[in-house]
Design a protein around this ligand. Structure first.
Ligand code: CTP
Ligand code: CA
Length: 227
């Protein structure tokens, strides 16, 4: 019911979203992942649909249902590793807005074992890591200017343990994106509640603690004004 009253501020716009964690396999039974639940990214997908957008959601391993599937306006690609998320995202980068909400593994496993690594008598294995591609940075490199505005308009997310505004803003500039959203902790991972700090070249604006869907709706309205 509330969705019905959302402003259709993204009518006809194409929105691309990465969400959830990634999983980097060590062998067929083990791997490295993180505590991202996917809830914030899925909430943004829902809020974008409510605002009239056509959404492509690229999700790492998480058990969440696809939001508002019955609208027929959302497509979903499930991926596992950061590399898979990278190629799926770059293949769909021709859009109006890109939200990089996924918690992407910074490092993958250099040579995942084909068979389960056995414990018997051996010492602990040394696992070699390789740097994963930066999905947001690579999408940002494809940005073109249309009608004086960047397309896609890229929105990054940042979870920092100290100096949120400073670190997040440095990250924004480093990746060459117009907007970054800081998660104001502590209860963000897995929680239904969050608090956001929206940072662009003009400064920062706090979105007060609320359910992730409420925050997503406010964020969508802010972004809609920029495009
Ligand atoms: N991101 C991405 N691809 C990566 C790493 C991060 O697309 N390989 C995106 C995230 O989805 C997020 C933003 O970049 O929108 C910031 O992620 P974060 O992990 O905070 O930044 P990093 O650049 O990885 O820096 P660090 O982890 O060292 O703080
Ligand atoms: Ca990172």
């Amino acid at each position: 019911v509330i969705a019905f009253f959302q402003k259709k501020s993204l009518l006809g716009k194409k929105v691309l979203i990465t969400a959830g964690p990634t999983f980097e396999a060590i062998d067929p039974v083990r791997g490295i992942t993180n505590h991202s639940s996917g809830k914030m990214g899925f909430a943004i997908a829902r809020a974008a649909l409510e605002a009239g957008a056509q959404v492509h959601l690229i999700a790492g391993p998480c058990d969440l249902p696809t939001p508002l599937e019955a609208t027929g306006l959302i497509t979903r690609t499930n991926v596992v590793s950061a590399k898979e998320m990278h190629s799926a995202t770059l293949a769909s980068a021709d859009c109006d807005v890109f939200f990089a909400v996924a918690a992407v593994a910074d490092w993958g496993i250099a040579k995942p074992a084909k068979e389960k690594i056995k414990r018997n008598g051996k010492e602990a294995p040394n696992i070699e890591f390789v740097a994963n591609p930066d999905i947001l940075l690579d999408v940002a490199k494809t940005v073109k200017t249309k009608g004086g505005k960047p397309q896609p308009y890229c929105v990054g997310f940042a979870a920092e343990s100290t100096d949120l505004e400073k670190h997040a803003n440095e990250k924004r500039k480093r990746k060459g994106i117009p907007m970054i959203v800081g998660n104001i902790g502590p209860d963000t991972f897995g929680s239904d509640l969050n608090q956001l700090l929206v940072i662009d070249a003009g400064g920062s604006k706090k979105i007060a603690k609320a359910e992730k869907l409420q925050l997503a709706r406010q964020l969508i309205q802010l972004v809609a004004k920029k495009i």
